[in-house]
Design a protein around this ligand. Sequence first.
Ligand code: COA
Ligand code: MG
Length: 292
Amino acid sequence: MPPRRALLFIPGDDRRKIEKGIGLQPDCIIMDLEDGVAASRKAAAIETIRATLAAMDFGRSEKWVRVNAVGTPYMPDDLRVLDGSLPDGIVIPKVESAEQIKRVSSWISHYEPAEQAGSIKLIAIIESAKGVVNLREIAASDPRLVALCFGAEDLAGDIGAIRTPDIHESAYARGAVVIYAKAFDLQAIDTPFITLDDEAALTREAYSALEMGYTGKLAIHPKQIAPITTVFTPNASEIQAAQRLIAAFEQQQHSGSGAFQLDGKMVDMPMIRAATALLERAKMAGIPIENI
Ligand code: COA
Ligand code: MG
């Protein structure tokens, strides 16, 4: 799976912002048709996104489109964005059942030429109580699904919670999204951070997501791309520590011991798995491991 660390939301009716976003080359660009676009601008946004997909070179950034929720009057009409050059995937908001994903998957297949059948991927945003309760069936719903995304603002609204700086009102949901994602080999993407002028707080929130097992985070402004990408990319000292741990482990295995001591701490299989996972993430991010 390609790394999806920072995923930049851009209102789909704003060609200037889309061009700016592409210039910044985040892992993913998500052109929005849902809440980032006024009702009166939805039709214009579909046309802008289609034109952009046809004309622009997105470089190394994946191209995604967030449609409106299944069951709204905008769907499946929003999928007209697929009538031309195909994006890499569709982000579906407010997902509450496997059935909704399967419907989008089948609608999408009508736009895919035979040689590209199944190529369009899906990300499901979980941002309601029903979505959380049905995580298991949602995570298992369709082979197109590559990631689950947690949405804190809508969830707080849905359950009548008060948004807090450390998201403790949705601690269960934020934990559940990453657990179900990992159980079904999906990536897990954290909620956007909506304060635009506090990079330290953004970095803390991204770090807390990383600690929980999240693999990326939504971004809503160009200046959020670099801090988020940095948090989700292992740094040189983390990579070195992981390599040292694995080397020590291999040596101990040869001498016949499973658990051993390194720098005053016990080391056994779970730490080795974590170190291996960190090196995997580094490789996915394109870091040449041998040279570090
Ligand atoms: N993608 C690409 N470019 C963006 C951007 C985004 N999400 N947000 C801002 N920019 C651009 C602006 O156009 C501006 O470009 P310029 O210097 O060439 O004029 C520059 O970055 C600085 O923007 P700034 O003035 O700080 O913000 P703004 O007032 O123009 O926009 C928001 C603020 C919140 C409206 C904007 O960041 C935005 O639209 N975010 C995404 C909203 C969204 O999609 N929401 C739905 C998902 S939660
Ligand atoms: Mg939302």
